[in-house]
Write a protein that binds this ligand. Sequence first.
Ligand code: SF4
Length: 218
Amino acid sequence: MTDLLHTYQKLLNHYGPRNWWPAETPFEVVIGAILTQNTNWNNVEKAIANLRKGEALTLGAILNLPLETLEQLIRPSGFFRQKAERLQLFCRYLQEHHQGSLEHLFDRELNLVREELLQLKGIGPETADSILLYAGQRLSFVVDAYTYRLFGRLGILSGKEKYSAVRELFMSNLRQDVQLYNEYHALIVIHCKNFCRKKPLCDSCFFTEMCLYRQQNC
Ligand code: SF4
């Protein structure tokens, strides 16, 4: 589908490469992907800064911290009790099944790794695909609410598609390129933050000519 590539190119031309994910290590990407559920990235940054300051950004540290201490460190990310439990569950799983190594986890057939991630408590498709793409450099497109919003307004999605169908649409129509998947998702996020907000700033947006929403509402 040329529309998807055309949209990508327009986003890339405007914003340039985003070079995601904003993290220093793959392990930090995983932590961020779990913490970012149901909150904005500013809150995640505060939680990660607390973990860094508390020297708790390693698998061993997260496992050894008392749950209550971990909860307080990640408190800024919201749902902190639930997320602390999920962090420890993930780390324990990694230690028990993959020698504590993300490389070991990722170094298998993609669908196998993805299914394994999806079986972990608190890891849904968006989190699993974020982990696969940004921590594992694996070819797995990330779909989120911004994806539905932007491509719904552009007229490419109806909004009723399941996560798996949207992911498949992108993955079967784009070339198989981890860097492209990496940039595309990051570009969708920035465009929805800058222009295609809940209340969109259509007058300043560069998608004017190809946007169904704009044509129908302005
Ligand atoms: S023209 Fe408006 S609705 Fe369309 S993509 Fe731009 S901001 Fe979103």
